[in-house]
Design a protein. Structure first.
Length: 397
């Protein structure tokens, strides 16, 4: 039995919708959002199933993005690069001098953007400090961490859950003057019409959204357990650049439509074409990721030709996922943008298979691949991530 659907375009992507329904039937998620566009024109914008028990998932629901937040940081860094306020190969310590301690002076912004810095232990840091003091406390803790033994920045890869993006957001703050939660709204989200997207949501805004705040669930045991702490107003008010974004998938897709538009989209010029080419080109090639135990190429803040983009995605496809739940992808060869947001954090293999099934079906639905086309198989990561904490449960795809 198919789950209820709200929105438009379900008939145009019936195979992808069937794959989402299959995940609901298997208990992998209660519901999902799916947005698809071709050459900037919306094809489908759907909510399927439930946002939480008894509450329909709609296209306006706002489930946590987890690591789908990271490309927003990459775009912010690229803007500051274009404005002459930094260089991609600047040392982090050029902008955050205290980061140089413990032998980290050689780590550059490029190493953070490509997850080759070797400071994964810094992902463990959190803060209970009140008000805005949590930010300074986390940055201070990251700066004090020792690099991994024997790690030469740029020569090994290991995905950083949150620390790298926190440092990059702090660099943006230091060169621009605005806190990242304000910068990303004013320079990226609002110009693109992503008016319901936040990385740090004020409490009054949180209250006004009410039931639109969709809930993530832990589903790996076969029972859907709502992770209500992720929806708490105080938690959502904190800026977590590596995994705390929130907004409807149809609006998140505008970021990718801008990138496919060579830096321009929805009436706003966000980046130059050259900056977009730099972000989406391969800067990390052929390295084995020691966090995900698989090989994946990387641009400047985005994964390229990654695991769960489906069997028919072109080698130029780029995007990012969120902790065992979601993925956003742009495929320049087809003009395709697709954002899939489920609300269930299931087991590792189930997660990657379900996303690959949805996106593989989508290419067939849209006539971008034949039903019997063999496609390309890419190895899935093999990693056990802790569930329920967006600062510890991040995933690139």
């Amino acid at each position: 039995m198919s789950a209820p659907i709200e929105g438009v375009g379900a008939d145009a992507i019936s195979g992808a919708v069937a794959a989402i329904n299959g995940g609901i039937e298997r208990g992998l998620h209660l519901g999902a959002q799916l947005y698809v566009s071709l050459d900037g024109e919306a094809v489908a914008n759907l909510g399927v199933g439930e946002a939480r028990a008894g509450v329909p998932m709609t296209p306006e629901s706002m489930v946590t993005w987890f690591s789908m937040t990271k490309p927003s940081v990459a775009v912010a860094v690229a803007q500051q690069w274009e404005r002459g306020n930094l260089e991609i190969d600047d040392r982090v310590a050029d902008h955050i001098p205290e980061f140089a301690q413990q032998g980290k002076d050689a780590i550059t912004l490029r190493h953070l953007l490509t997850h080759t810095a070797g400071i994964r232990s810094a992902d463990l840091f959190q803060s209970d400090a009140p008000g805005d003091a949590y930010w300074e406390e986390v940055v201070e803790a990251i700066c004090g961490v020792e690099p991994e033994d024997g790690w030469v920045p740029g020569e090994r890869a290991g995905y950083h859950l949150t620390a790298g993006m926190t440092l990059l957001a702090e660099v943006v703050r230091r060169v621009d003057g605005r806190r990242f939660e304000h910068y990303v709204r004013e320079e990226i989200y609002e110009p693109l019409g992503m008016v319901d997207c936040w990385v740090g949501m004020p409490a009054d805004i949180h209250a006004a959204y009410g039931p639109r705040i969709g809930t993530m669930h832990h589903t790996a045991t076969g029972v859907a357990v709502p992770l209500d702490m992720l929806d708490d107003a105080a938690f959502m008010a904190r800026c977590i650049p590596g995994g705390g974004g929130r907004g409807p998938t149809r609006q998140l897709a505008r970021l990718y439509e801008m990138l496919l538009g060579r830096g321009e989209g929805h009436g706003a010029r966000i980046l130059s074409p050259q900056a977009v080419e730099a972000i989406t080109a391969r800067h990390r090639v052929g390295l084995y990721d020691e966090t995900f135990h698989a090989q994946c190429d990387w641009g400047l803040g985005v994964a390229v030709d990654a695991y769960a983009f489906g069997r028919h995605a072109s080698p130029r496809a780029f995007g990012h996922g969120g902790a065992l739940s979601s993925v956003s992808v742009a495929d320049p060869e087809h003009g395709l943008v697709a954002c899939v947001q489920t609300n269930g954090m299931c087991g590792n293999d189930d997660h990657y298979h379900r996303l690959s099934e949805v996106l593989t079906a989508l290419y067939v639905d849209l006539g971008l691949a034949a039903v019997d086309a063999p496609g390309r198989d890419k190895p899935f990561p093999s990693v056990e991530l802790p569930l329920g904490d967006p600062e510890e449960a991040e995933s690139p795809t």
